[in-house]
Design a protein around this ligand. Sequence first.
Ligand SMILES: [Zn+2]
Length: 175
Amino acid sequence: VIRDIVQLGDPTLRQRAHKVRDHGPGLQRLVTDLLDSMESVNGAGLAAPQIGVPLRVIVTNVDEGPLVFVNPEIKWRSKETWVANEGCLSIRGYVGPVERAERVEVRAQDEHGKKIKVRAEEWFARCLQHEIDHLDGILYIDHIEDKSLIRAANEDFEVEPDPIEADEAVIEFAE
Ligand SMILES: [Zn+2]
């Protein structure tokens, strides 16, 4: 089921998500909804809080195809970092440069509770760091000290004056 993606200002985005302890039908439905919702907007990743569910579940779709991570944890990150523009489905229409570790190692479970370990680099590593941040109530804009670097993703998108002054600012979106 395709679910609505909550936008900046929704308290769920700022909440620390709860650990998943039950891998039953409720989780299977959540995973299906996350995958459906990510696919419907051609997203590279989606975290459960973004559809209003405060649980530690993310899905990604970078290089390797759709993947599911339950209770993911970053166990290691490289000292080498790189900066690239990121956007977020919950901050529609904007992008901004974020410094991230180049490589990470993530441990998690799959949707059935089986342990998985992933070594990721570049965009996949960036996506995992972005999505796992969501589980702790952290958004990519929090990593950008100079908020003036956050800009409209394309010229057609109308930016309200001073769209993001404080990190909890509610953005009015021109559709
Ligand atoms: Zn995001």
